[in-house]
Design a protein around this ligand. Structure first.
Ligand code: ME8
Length: 522
């Protein structure tokens, strides 16, 4: 039987500066979805990569006294190292300078040219180099980029145009499904700002610089960097010449993007695919911005937070948890060191960390040979198991909609209930009854089994903690780690290998830490 597939992508990032916590945000979110669907047994392909052509990269390389190729090669090492630090489990990493991508993009634009979707003209208008985007004077009357607010410069170049306007109607129909672009506020913005005023044809070649893919029908032109970049989602799967992966995974289930680039993904990309006769992706999901001090964090503004410093200080799971828990996915949210430390202290050290330590310590102390089989179960135990069943269903329904923060909130409600269960069942008092430990055994078994289930539920989000929890409780790594196992009760196998160990998430001294972080904060 062939397994159901799941293809998820991140934007391919510009290596025009070090990647920051904003780029990490999208990539961690995509990674959580990929891990979730793998745990559910799907055949997952998770693609990320780098967008290495264009005027901005050429200028940056020049300013560093390097050739663009040497520059992007150097940056690729850093990007891959960052994803390793953040435990990003990508299946494919595309670079737009890869030879197969270059050849595929040339085949794509040649096909569009041959079938009459591309024609020659002159582009007179405005251009934003940091965003690599064209604007008409009507769209940007003050000559400031409507996306990033920076100054636009006038461009007057021979170029080739793609007949984007031909796809106005099919795009309107696509948007009418209501699920192509999510959240719907993003879809409505695209309809209002671009579809309703009517689409213009799109300049898709440049001649002002040469760091790009030469257009095969006129090699003095390079392909516009957004057309080059968008094609990565299919060229990475071998389109058009080696379509094995393409046939297996396309159309993509989700292109995950920040709201800054939803326009390119929801209008230009489907139109290009329609022109190629290729199905469009199932969904483009646009998330909000991480703000710092009220402004969007970005490479070119320099107000960036370095994820490597954070992982170094707090560990990868704390950062992944914070990114997905703090801000509802889809909305903008502020990043602050204080909020991060608060989350670590309350959710991780206090709620989850304490639950693990308390449970392991009580098991070790009272049942060093493992929790015995004689267990006296009570209603309150079953109620906790019921809550775990319910929690899993809630998590599933939120993750289907990429509602990471709500999924985590539900898991933390279960963790909170486990802590409350300890207070209500008072195992330290039960331990005093030396003649009969059957009630204590049931309580500690219930806690251990629910921690086993929690360790699975947090696995899409956190990459190290689940194994640490299982190790503390003596659960073999090979046992019970599919998503389905989180739905089952009483899979925990009592054993003598439980140990208390040190705190999984040590508490942080807020005041001292905020002071120490100043050095790394813009
Ligand atoms: O746009 N908050 O690359 P890019 C949240 N190469 N997400 C953020 C963010 C922030 N402050 N800053 C960046 C490009 N991002 C193109 C993409 S795809 C075919 C080509 C994330 O390096 C977010 O996902 O400017 C945003 O869309 C992306 O990084 C932009 O990355």
């Amino acid at each position: 039987m062939t397994r159901e597939t799941f293809y998820i992508t991140t934007p391919i990032y510009y290596p025009s500066g070090q990647l920051h916590i904003g780029n990490s945000y999208t990539t961690v979110a995509a990674d959580a979805m990929a891990r979730y669907h793998r745990l559910r047994g799907k055949d997952v392909y998770f693609l990320t990569g780098m967008d290495e052509h264009g005027q901005k990269i050429q200028q940056t390389a020049e300013s560093e006294g390097m050739t663009p190729q040497a520059y992007v090669d150097k940056m690729a090492v850093g990007v891959k190292a960052l994803w390793k630090i953040l435990d990003i489990s990508y299946d494919g990493f595309i670079r737009t300078t890869d030879a197969h991508h270059v050849a595929s993009v040339q085949a794509i634009v040649q096909k569009l040219y041959d079938q009459g979707d591309i024609y020659k003209g002159v582009y007179e208008g405005l251009y934003c180099t940091p965003c690599e985007s064209f604007w008409t004077p009507a769209q940007a009357p003050d000559h400031l980029c409507p996306d990033c607010g920076r100054e636009l410069h006038k461009t007057d170049e021979d170029c080739y145009f793609f007949r984007l306007s031909h796809y106005q109607k099919p795009l309107e129909e696509l948007f009418s499904s209501g699920t192509f672009v999510l959240p719907s506020s993003s879809a409505n913005e695209m309809i209002r700002n671009f579809l309703e005023p009517g689409l213009d044809d799109l300049a898709i070649t440049r001649t002002a610089f040469d760091w790009g893919i030469p257009a095969p029908f006129d090699p003095a032109h390079v392909v516009y960097v957004w057309v080059d970049a968008l094609c990565n989602y299919i060229t990475a799967l071998g389109y058009p010449d080696e379509p094995e992966l393409f046939n297996r995974y396309w159309p993509a289930d989700v292109h995950l993007v920040g709201k800054d680039i939803i326009r390119f993904h929801s209008l230009i990309w489907p139109a290009l695919l329609m022109a190629l006769g290729v199905p469009v992706p199932k969904c483009i999901f646009s998330h909000g911005w991480l703000l710092f001090g009220g402004g969007k964090m970005s490479k070119s503004k320099g107000n960036i937070i370095d994820p490597i410093v954070l992982v170094d200080r707090y560990g990868v799971d704390a950062i992944r948890y914070f990114l997905l828990r703090e801000v509802p996915f889809g909305s903008d949210g502020n990043f602050s060191n204080q909020a991060l430390i608060e989350r670590i202290n309350s959710d991780l050290a206090n709620d989850l960390g304490n639950l693990v330590s308390r449970t392991a310590a009580m098991v070790v102390k009272t049942f060093p040979n493992g929790i015995p089989d004689e267990r006296l179960e009570e209603k309150i135990d079953v109620e906790l198991d019921d809550l775990a069943d319910k929690t899993l269903k809630i998590v599933d329904s939120h993750l289907e909609k990429l509602e990471f923060s709500l999924a985590l909130e539900a898991i933390w409600a279960l963790i909170g209930q486990c802590n409350k269960y300890i207070d209500l069942t008072t195992p330290w008092i039960l331990a005093r009854d030396e003649a009969d430990h059957s009630r204590l055994a049931a309580v500690l078994y219930t806690l251990s089994d629910n921690l086993r289930r929690i360790s699975v539920m947090i696995s899409p989000f956190m990459t190290r903690t689940p194994a640490l929890i299982r190790d503390r409780l003596g659960i073999l790594e090979t046992e019970n780690v599919t998503w389905a196992s989180a739905a089952k009760r009483d899979l925990y196998v009592a054993n003598p290998n439980v140990y208390k160990g040190s705190a999984i998430f040590p508490r942080i001294d807020m005041e001292k830490e905020l002071e120490a972080l100043e050095e790394y904060t813009p």
